[in-house]
Each structure stands twice: as structure tokens, then as C-alpha cells.
Design a protein around this ligand. Structure first.
Ligand SMILES: Nc1ncnc2c1ncn2[C@@H]1O[C@H](COP(=O)(O)OP(=O)(O)OP(=O)(O)O)[C@@H](O)[C@H]1O
Length: 331
């Protein structure tokens, strides 16, 4: 697969991971490979429980200690294995090189402290700036988020702001230390559609103007397709399909990707009724053999009793579907 050029910031290779629970191991990831290069916006998309968050939490070593076990493959984040970093090195990476934006900003902000203090503290923790310079930088970052009165917002407490405004504050904070990579985990899911569009535009503009790479996690194909250069479609802890957003949307190769697209107004073919994907994700405590999408797939046949590899189907495209792999081989 031809990849875009640029430094590889994150490389996940064949990563398998399980959670050991009293009911048995939950096989959350099964051979996931993905990479992110400097300056690109990469989407990870798939329905709830498919492993999007776990993949990126593993990459930044944010998974609960003791419960999550890597059983295969590896991760290189800025050239190092995050599992082997000391706590101090990890803090440096998390503060200076990678920032994360989560879905619920209220959980990430301290409810008892003013917004301004919190942004200034983050800036000063990682940059040698005095209070006045950090305050001025915070104000500029809020303006970049189209907050017209940053001084007033900096005086406010989190509960005084709307959800969309709080999320803009968190995005400003994420960019404040000039990281090379931002991980945005469903940052707009809790917001209404108009605010969502504004926030997506702000992330895209700021990332493009600063050259920051973004991994954008979402269950919403419409959202990732607006924002991302490349997509990884995850299903039940495996990559079902990967490629540039334009090529995936133009000719989705995996039946799961096609089903995700057919569910969405705006992306579905015109004049066809929107569809639902029947069934649910397989039980990851006891996954069935073969292709994990088989039970929900209207195109499944005898070949699908064995697991399809994630194979190159065209330049810069991979898919894990026997039908598509064999069509490619036959062509
Ligand atoms: N701490 C945990 N203990 C046990 N299982 C977990 C834990 N965290 C995640 N899982 C399981 O790992 C699988 C992947 O979860 P993950 O949160 O990555 O999904 P997701 O695609 O991000 O979905 P969502 O959008 O709902 O967050 C799921 O089956 C989930 O139940």
C-alpha cells in the first residue's frame, strides 16, 4: 500500500490486546495495524465497541493497568515503544508531543478553577513562559477557536459555559503545547449538529495551519469523511478497510463500510432508503470463527468461514474481505 509521505509519528503493527475479566478475556483488538504521519488527519471509524478508543489508549498508554494486556504486535510512538517509557518520559510525550481531546469536556476540566488558570497552567507546565506571556498565548488560542471575548471566557468557570464552548476551550488547550499529534476521541458526539460542524472546522483549520497531525475517532462516517485525509474502518477489533477518504467513499471495498455509508443521509446513494445494519457486534469474549462481520453481511459465502487478511486491493487501499481480495487477484 502506498502511504502518504512525511515522518511516521505513530505506527501500530499487528496489535492484539485483551482485557482479562472475571468472565474471561475480551479480545478487544486482533491484529490492528495503522500509522499516522506528520500533518495528516486520520479517521478511525466504526460502531461502538469496535476498538477505536482502546487502540489509541494503547498508543498513549492510557489503558487501565492490570486489566489490559497486549498479546501481540507492537506500537511505536515518535519512534519509541510507549510501554517501555519511564513515567517521566511518558509525561513528556503526553504533554509536549501528543494531546488528547475527549468527548466530555466537563471531565477534563477542573470545575472549581477558572478557565484561564487552567489553560495557563497547561502552557506553563510545558513551556518556559511567564504568567503574562502564557495568559496572552491562552487568549490567542481562544481567539483561534473563534471565541470573540477570550478575557471574559478565561474568567469563567467551566459550568458557566455551554458544551460547545467548553469543547473549544479543550481544543485550545490541546493545541497549546504545540503537539505533533492530537487524538480527538468523539469530541463532537455530545454536541448538536451546528456546533459539531463549527468544531470540526476549527480542528481542521488549526491542525492544517500548524501542521499538527490528528487522529479523529468517531462512530459517524459523515463526520470523519468531512474532516479526514485517510480512514481506518474498524470492526470488532480488526481493521476492515483502510484508504484515503476520497477512495473509500467513492468505492467502499468492505461490506461493513458500504453498510456504514448506506446508513447516512448525505452519503447514501440518492433516492435510496437509508438502511440499518442488522444484528450487533459479535461477543468479543467468545468471537465466532472466520470473518467477524459474516453474520451481518448480505454478501457472505463459504469463503468467509476463514478470517480474511487485510490485503492490498489497490494503491493506498486495503480491505479484509475475501470477495474483494479475490476480485483484485483475478483482475
Ligand atoms: N476497561 C475495560 N475492561 C473490559 N473491557 C473493556 C474495557 N475497555 C474497553 N473494553 C472492551 O473493549 C472493546 C473495545 O472498546 P472501545 O472502547 O475501544 O470501543 P469503541 O469503538 O471506542 O466504542 P465507543 O465508541 O463506545 O467508545 C469493547 O468490547 C469494550 O467492551
Amino acid at each position: 500500500m502506498t502511504e502518504p509521505s512525511g515522518d511516521v509519528l505513530l505506527e501500530i503493527t499487528d496489535l492484539s490486546l485483551e482485557f482479562r475479566t472475571y468472565r474471561g478475556p475480551i479480545k478487544a483488538l486482533n491484529g490492528v495495524s495503522l500509522n499516522v504521519r506528520a500533518g495528516e488527519i486520520v479517521g478511525i471509524v466504526g460502531e461502538s465497541g469496535c476498538g477505536k478508543s482502546v487502540t489509541m489508549m494503547a498508543a498513549t498508554r492510557l489503558l487501565p493497568k492490570g486489566a489490559a494486556h497486549i498479546t501481540g504486535g507492537g506500537i511505536r510512538l515518535f519512534g519509541s515503544d510507549p510501554m517501555k517509557l519511564s513515567e517521566r518520559e511518558l509525561q513528556h510525550v503526553r504533554g509536549r508531543q501528543v494531546s488528547t481531546i475527549f468527548q466530555e469536556p466537563m471531565n477534563a476540566l477542573n470545575p472549581t478553577r477558572r478557565i484561564g488558570e487552567q489553560i495557563v497552567e497547561v502552557i506553563r507546565r510545558h513551556q518556559r513562559l511567564d504568567n503574562a506571556a502564557a495568559t496572552s498565548k491562552a487568549s490567542g488560542l481562544l481567539r483561534d477557536m473563534l471565541i470573540s471575548e477570550p478575557e471574559r471566557i478565561m474568567q469563567a468557570y467551566p459550568f458557566e459555559l455551554s458544551g460547545g464552548m467548553r469543547q473549544r476551550v479543550l481544543i485550545a488547550m490541546a493545541f497549546s503545547c504545540e503537539p505533533r499529534l492530537i487524538i480527538a476521541d468523539e469530541p463532537t458526539t455530545a454536541l448538536d449538529v451546528t456546533v459539531q460542524a463549527l468544531i470540526l472546522g476549527l480542528i481542521k483549520h488549526k491542525a492544517t495551519s500548524t501542521g499538527t497531525a490528528v487522529v479523529f475517532i468517531s462512530h459517524d462516517m459523515a463526520v470523519v469523511s468531512q474532516l479526514c485525509d485517510r480512514l481506518y474502518v474498524l470492526y470488532a477489533g480488526r481493521v476492515a478497510e483502510a484508504g484515503t477518504t476520497a477512495s473509500v467513499l467513492a468505492a467502499p471495498a468492505h461490506p461493513y463500510t458500504r453498510a456504514l455509508i448506506r446508513c447516512l443521509p448525505g452519503l447514501a446513494p440518492p433516492k435510496q432508503p437509508l438502511e440499518q445494519i442488522p444484528g450487533t457486534l459479535p461477543d468479543l469474549l467468545d468471537p465466532p470463527a472466520g470473518c467477524l462481520f459474516r453474520a451481518r453481511c448480505r454478501e457472505a459465502d463459504d469463503r468467509c468461514v476463514s478470517v480474511p487478511p487485510l490485503a492490498a486491493i489497490e494503491p493506498a487501499r486495503r480491505a479484509a474481505c475475501w470477495r474483494r481480495i479475490e476480485e483484485t487477484q483475478a483482475a
